[in-house]
Design a binder for this molecule. Structure first.
Ligand code: NAP
Length: 426
């Protein structure tokens, strides 16, 4: 066969594979699963059809006839007619069982489960490489914002000074309401729940476990760092009060929960997920309500800002749709930075914080090394504390009713006055 005709054959095979509709097995038909179903119905020309849907509870009222569902997700795992599995269930442990089994079969899989991906990323990458399958998870971080593929593909070869973002829409909605209405946390939380922007059990979002999972995923793509979630400080907003919001407002700032990944001197990396006092000069200042936003500070490209909807059926379904399109084009994550010289993850830093507490013992335990502002009557103090002390006492900070916001200043634990620029940028 001539070289030309074999090329033509290859092109026809590619065209045929692109033309054949992707046969999708959908596991989970809640907010995200229904969102994807709806999007694909509105886009019949996209070239994917949902062949089977698995859910959990047989008795639950549905928007489709009961015959449309399987109540055993494993049936989809064993169906050779399915080209892709989309896993969008709300159970991280079961999600890992399903996704890892599918990867062992060399399958193509899309998931939205950030807790599962953050907890098991090294193992998932190893399974993908060993068995030749593909796992994509754009929906797991910032919903519709294409941040993972931006970091993985576009910035795969470029050093990044920092990646910092508002990656949890629920807590951002609560903080926005508190800022606009001068309301207390409990009132704003109920409103967020009524609007469908917060879960009935808000702990994962409000105590910053959810944004921590997202930060861990971002660290893999932005810096090639495979971190365990427990290594990353997560402080939430369950104890925030109108006093704290007013403190920020006096200085013209807003409090936002910022997931910050910072490249420090000597190829060191640190990751922090905490409330932060944000200036109007930061693009994150204007990211309000349930929106998400991410600032990428790249070595050569300079700063870039992505903003969009981080949750909801259609925005998250949009991210799954983009992953399906990527799978159809045989794309996978490059994880280019995993192959580059390793960074050292450090927590040997001092962080400047605003702390409001009436717990004297806590002040001793945190061990302020430098106090920049103290207001006894309002019960707050501003100063530098060792990051390791915050990590060690994070549970007690929560139960003691203390509220902490970073000012944005970070310095090495041993050089008491030198502020690290990369980590001070929002
Ligand atoms: N909601 C968002 O905006 C959003 C955004 C980004 C990422 N995510 C992630 O996307 C995933 C799904 O979230 P969601 O909000 O769509 O959840 P959801 O509304 O609570 O729906 C969960 C779905 O999973 C099904 N399910 C649970 N366990 C199952 C099992 N063992 N086998 C088969 N089906 C099972 C449930 O079945 P029943 O219908 O029978 O109960 C339900 O249909 C989560 O990992 C979440 O973190 C969500």
């Amino acid at each position: 066969m001539s070289r030309l005709s074999s090329t033509n054959l290859a092109v026809s095979a590619l065209a045929a594979s692109l033309a054949a509709p992707l046969r999708v097995g959908l596991i989970g038909f809640g907010c995200v699963g229904q969102g994807l179903y709806d999007i694909l119905r509105q886009r019949p020309g996209f070239g994917a059809e949902i062949r089977r849907i698995a859910v959990k509870n047989p008795g639950k009222p549905r928007s489709l006839p009961v015959e449309a569902f399987s109540f055993q997700a494993d049936e989809l795992l064993h169906d050779p007619e399915l080209d892709v599995l989309v896993e969008v269930i709300d159970d991280a442990r079961e999600a890992f069982r399903l996704v890892s089994t599918a990867l062992r079969q060399g399958r193509r899989v899309v998931t939205a489960n950030k807790a599962m991906v953050a907890q098991h990323l090294p193992e998932l990458i190893a399974l993908e490489r060993e068995f030749g399958g593909t796992l994509l998870y754009e929906a797991a971080v910032c919903g519709s914002i294409p941040v993972i593929r931006t970091l993985d593909a576009y910035f795969g070869q470029e050093p990044l000074r920092s990646v910092s973002g508002i990656v949890n829409g629920s807590s951002n909605y609560v903080l926005t309401r508190m800022g606009q209405d001068a309301s207390e946390y409990a009132v704003a939380l109920v409103e967020a729940q009524q609007q469908g922007f917060a879960e009935t059990d808000p702990t994962l979002d409000m105590a910053a476990f959810d944004p921590r999972s997202k930060a861990v995923i971002l660290a893999a793509h932005a810096y090639g760092a495979l971190l365990q979630p427990e290594q990353v400080l997560n402080l939430g907003i369950e104890n925030v009060s109108a006093t704290d919001i007013a403190y920020a407002a006096v200085a013209g700032q807003k409090i936002k929960v910022v997931a910050g990944l910072y490249l420090l001197p000597d190829q060191q990396l640190t990751v922090l997920v905490t409330p932060q006092l944000v200036d109007p000069t930061s693009p994150l200042y204007a990211v309000d309500d349930e929106f998400n936003g991410v600032v990428i500070e790249a070595e050569f490209a300079g700063p870039q800002f992505l903003r969009g909807r981080g949750a909801g059926g259609h925005p998250t379904g949009s991210a799954v749709l983009a992953d399906l399109a990527a799978l159809r084009a045989n794309q996978r994550y490059a994880y280019a930075k995993l192959a580059q010289p390793e960074l050292t993850y450090t927590t040997d830093l001092e962080i400047e914080i605003y702390l409001r507490t009436d717990d004297e013992l806590l002040l001793d335990q945190l061990g302020f090394t430098d106090i920049t502002e103290e207001a006894d009557e309002d019960g707050y103090i501003v100063g530098f504390v060792p990051l390791d002390a915050l990590i060690q006492h994070r549970d007690r900070l929560r139960t003691a009713g203390a509220f902490i916001a970073r000012t944005g200043n970070v310095r090495p634990a041993t050089h008491a006055t030198e502020v690290l620029e990369a980590a001070s940028a929002v």
